[in-house]
Design a binder for this molecule. Structure first.
Ligand SMILES: [Zn+2]
Length: 272
């Protein structure tokens, strides 16, 4: 499932190549990925020009030159690929095609169609942006800020990290990897996390996210970056999906259990 590193990878790929692209036509093959009906979606975007590509949380945010935004939540299997990218021809589940004035197309492909495309005008986007949680790679995400946030809630720390209105962009994979590196068990109640643990967790989360971006994300099922390539972070995972294998730090078998209907993986010796 795409998280911050996958959205960031897609945005970085698209940014220089999409800037200046004016939408001249939109073909909707599967309207269930749109926040509105296809006719309205077309009226919202045709004639407008992309200013580039960025990210907020797990969303790819495509700013328009007039201040609006096309916000793409990738869901489980969403991808955004320009038609002149090396492997664009392999896409089999294109839901929306944006024809650009220069002859290229921006393709939104989504096998399982849990993604969502929504146009925000400038004011509406400011409101939406303000509702989302803190960016874990931003300057405001300090150890002190994280500790102050964790002290206010009793939810398990894994669930805290997944709450997009607290910390934006983190999903199960990177939350579990960061908790392993910080030595904090995923089931720990957030308010019991010490200041020292919060500091380790903050550093671990930033390190894991940066490494994942450096490796162009983690490939699970259908994730592809903005060039249609698979991500390279998967071999670097230390606990996620590694139930029964030895912990890289101490050799104890990695355990799996279910927390709030989703798996957690952890080392029972290293994580307290
Ligand atoms: Zn261990």
């Amino acid at each position: 499932m795409p998280e911050l590193p996958e959205a960031e990878t897609i945005a970085r790929d698209l940014d220089p190549r999409l800037a200046g692209g004016r939408v001249t036509d939109i073909t909707v093959h599967h309207h269930d990925v749109l926040a509105t009906d296809p006719a309205t979606f077309g009226r919202q975007l045709i004639g407008r020009t992309f200013a580039g590509a960025g990210r907020r949380g797990k969303n790819v945010v495509l700013p328009l030159e007039d201040g609006g935004r096309l916000v793409v939540n990738l869901g489980m299997t969403g991808r955004l690929v320009l038609s002149d990218a090396p492997r664009a021809g392999e896409l089999r589940h294109v839901a929306v095609r944006f024809t650009l004035e220069d002859g290229r197309s921006l393709l939104y492909d989504d096998t399982r169609r849990f993604g969502l495309l929504e146009v925000f005008e400038a004011d509406a986007w400011r409101e939406r942006d303000a509702e989302l949680g803190i960016e874990p790679l931003g300057d405001l995400f300090t150890a002190g800020a994280l500790h102050a946030m964790t002290r206010r809630t009793r939810v398990p720390i894994r669930n805290f990290l997944l709450d997009q209105y607290r910390v934006a962009g983190v999903g199960n994979i990177y939350a579990l990897e960061a908790l392993f590196r910080a030595g904090v068990r995923p089931t720990r109640r957030s308010h019991t996390v010490t200041r020292a643990e919060a500091a380790r967790l903050r550093d671990a989360l930033q390190d894991v996210l940066r490494r994942a971006i450096g490796n162009r994300g983690t490939t699970f099922s259908d994730y592809r970056d903005g060039s249609g390539e698979r991500g390279g972070f998967e071999p670097l995972l230390q606990v996620y999906g590694r139930e029964g294998t030895p912990c890289a730090a101490c050799g104890t078998q990695i355990r799996r259990r279910v927390l709030s209907n989703r798996s957690v993986f952890y080392c029972p010796a290293c994580q307290r």
